[in-house]
Design a protein around this ligand. Structure first.
Ligand code: BTN
Length: 260
């Protein structure tokens, strides 16, 4: 039995055997006024959504698919800072939960991929919406590969994916993992609002393997910017610098915000 030690996250939990997408379901609940901390969990998703319009492979019985509704009331200036750090802080919370529950160290790829040995262990999809009375809310969707093996992935995903079981050789109790996940995410989100994000920014940066690497980031309008990732900006953007095209030119520096 897992005891939920959170204050708000998971105060209401909706469990489904199968849904199209827990994010879609949570979004509908939030629009209808579901409160902060409401969680939607599914054993299987038939239309799991990934970032940038991708799909998230969501077979039954082995993984974790959940979405958390969060709201925050604060002045606009603080709100935009909070909002831009939300995906990063969630990723940090998930990484800390995986480390705590499965003794597995995970890396973060900006903005919010969880990787082990460069393979994807989990991903996060944050979506913004508002209720009929214009109260803004966020839906944070988390997908984690837990107890599957290589054969559980379709051929085309195998090389780039991994699971907790593949990395540790052990099966994990998904209920325990979920309660740890909600607890660590709650801690990270609280730190974002109460204490500023000093600890979050530091702990995130420590885990982030993107810094110092050559990256290619897609920009709006089909363009892309390539360069070396230098830093996480105070607003959670990734600072990328590229060498001048011509001799004597100046390096170009670009700050890239995470897109859904
Ligand atoms: C990514 O592209 O890396 C983000 C993947 C997010 C997947 C999770 S699974 C639970 C929630 N419901 C969805 O439809 N997507 C997110």
């Amino acid at each position: 039995r897992s005891v939920l030690a959170t204050r708000a996250l998971g105060a209401r939990i909706e469990l489904h055997r199968q849904v199209d997408s827990t994010n879609r379901e949570a979004f509908a609940l939030a629009q209808a006024g579901a409160e902060h901390g409401t969680v939607v969990v599914a054993e299987e998703q038939t239309l799991g959504r990934g970032r940038l319009g991708r799909t998230w492979y969501s077979p039954p019985g082995i993984n974790l698919y959940c979405s958390v509704i969060v709201t925050a009331s604060m002045p606009t200036t603080q709100f935009s800072q909070w909002l831009s750090w939300l995906p990063l802080a969630t990723a940090l919370g998930v990484a800390e939960a995986v480390e705590g529950a499965a003794s597995l160290k995970t890396d973060l790829k900006w903005p919010n991929d969880l990787l082990v040995r460069e393979r994807k262990l989990g991903g996060i999809l944050c979506e913004s919406g508002s209720t009929a009375s214009s109260t803004p809310f966020q839906v944070i969707g988390i997908g984690l590969n837990v107890n599957g093996t290589d054969e559980d992935f379709p051929q085309d995903l195998r090389a780039a994916s991994t699971t907790i079981r593949q990395e540790t050789g052990r099966l994990i109790d998904r209920n325990h993992l979920l309660s740890r996940l909600l607890l660590e995410i709650e801690h990270c989100l609280n730190e974002l609002t109460i204490e500023g994000n000093g600890r979050i920014a530091m702990a995130y940066t420590r885990r982030c393997i993107t810094l110092g690497r050559h990256v290619r980031v897609s920009l709006a309008g089909g363009k892309a910017f390539t360069g070396i990732a230098q830093a996480i900006e105070p607003d959670g953007s990734l600072q990328v610098a590229s060498l001048p095209r011509q001799r004597g030119g100046r390096p170009e520096v670009c700050s890239i915000r995470a897109a859904d």
